[in-house]
Design a protein around this ligand. Structure first.
Ligand SMILES: O=C(O)CCC(=O)c1ccccc1C(=O)O
Ligand SMILES: [Mg+2]
Length: 323
């Protein structure tokens, strides 16, 4: 792997992608793309993530650009629709962006909202899609009591699982004990992707399944090894990536020996513009794990402003020592 700062900076293309729906408090998403001998890789840690954390995301991007991907066992990856914490009146129009998806992941526990907002959102999803699987993602926003109350309030909508209801592994373990009787599985996301030790949550018996993202775990190979060691079912997800990053996630999903759940790789549908033509969005409820190359004209038209490119170059310089 070539880790020379100047040469890496020359291979880096920073783009700013407009979102069709505000998500995670932003309405544009900046990502850096690297071209390499094997294809394109995406480096898109969120702007607030420190260099030590961004380094794992960079390792993943460079590996995907430099090396051939591991062998795949499926040619198509079923995906869920991802629903931001929108009001009920907007649910139908957001879900309409996801062609053929039979699973919906709804964001809950959004700061500034109430449990009643979550109940109203999930009720709307269930009313629109009586046969869909519905999972919710709290991004660690509840304490154990709040999570238990929320799960009891949402249980009647028949939940597939609850993703990262609480922030810490200890809280997840406590909650899992409390709601075990309800038969609703607990999934760990941030407890895998932002943890010093991504396997601790599995060893602690704090989750029924793992959400795994190729970039924060350091690449497709590293993520495959973590899933194998954890011995839990895995759901592959993304971090609001461009088509290039989504393709890396799809490659991970396509290489897993077992894939019992739809994956969170449909978020290309939340972008108002993307780097590939056609973009990697769900078709018939699935995405392809084939390589995606950006369209040069789109790379140019979506290029970030010079000041933002400079900021990403500085970020690259600060991140490289941690690789
Ligand atoms: O898993 C999905 O459905 C899509 C990805 C997603 O929800 C997400 C996107 C950006 C940042 C965090 C998350 C998350 O899963 O918590
Ligand atoms: Mg999540």
């Amino acid at each position: 792997m070539d880790l020379d700062l100047e040469r890496l900076a020359d291979r880096m293309h920073v783009v700013s992608l407009p979102l069709a729906t505000r998500f995670r408090g932003v309405d544009e998403r900046e990502v850096a793309l690297f071209s390499g001998p094997a294809g394109w890789g995406e480096w898109s840690p969120f702007l607030e993530y420190p260099p030590e954390e961004a380094a794992r995301w960079l390792r993943a991007a460079l590996e995907d650009a430099d090396l051939e991907r591991p062998a795949q066992v499926r040619a198509s990856v079923p995906v869920n629709a991802t629903l931001p914490a929108v009001e009920p009146a907007r649910v139908a129009s957001v879900l309409a962006r996801y062609d053929g998806c039979r699973t919906v992941k709804a964001k809950v526990a959004e700061r500034g909202q109430l449990l009643a907002d979550d109940v109203a959102r999930i009720a709307e999803v269930r009313a629109l899609l009586p046969d869909a699987r519905i999972r919710v993602d709290a991004n660690g926003g509840w304490n154990v009591d709040e999570a238990e109350t929320a799960i009891r309030a949402l249980e009647r909508f028949d939940l597939e699982y609850v993703e990262q209801p609480c922030a810490s592994v200890e809280e997840l373990a406590e909650l899992r004990g409390r709601v075990h009787r309800l038969g609703i599985p607990i999934a760990a996301d941030e407890s895998v992707r932002r943890a010093e030790d991504p396997l601790r949550v599995a060893r602690a018996g704090a989750a029924d399944l793992l959400v795994v993202k190729a970039q924060p775990l350091g690449g497709v190979r590293a993520a495959l090894a973590i899933v194998e060691e954890a011995g839990l079912p895995a759901v592959v997800s993304s971090a609001l990536d461009s088509s290039v990053g989504l393709s890396m996630g799809a490659a991970l999903a396509a290489s897993l020996p077992s894939l019992p759940h739809d994956c969170g790789l449909g978020t290309g549908a939340l972008l108002a513009a993307d780097v590939a033509s056609p973009p990697l969005v769900p078709v018939g409820g699935a995405v392809s794990p084939a390589r995606v190359a950006p369209d040069p004209a789109l790379l140019a038209s979506l290029a970030a402003r010079p000041a933002r490119v400079d900021a990403w170059r500085a970020r690259l310089a600060a991140t490289l020592p941690h690789l």
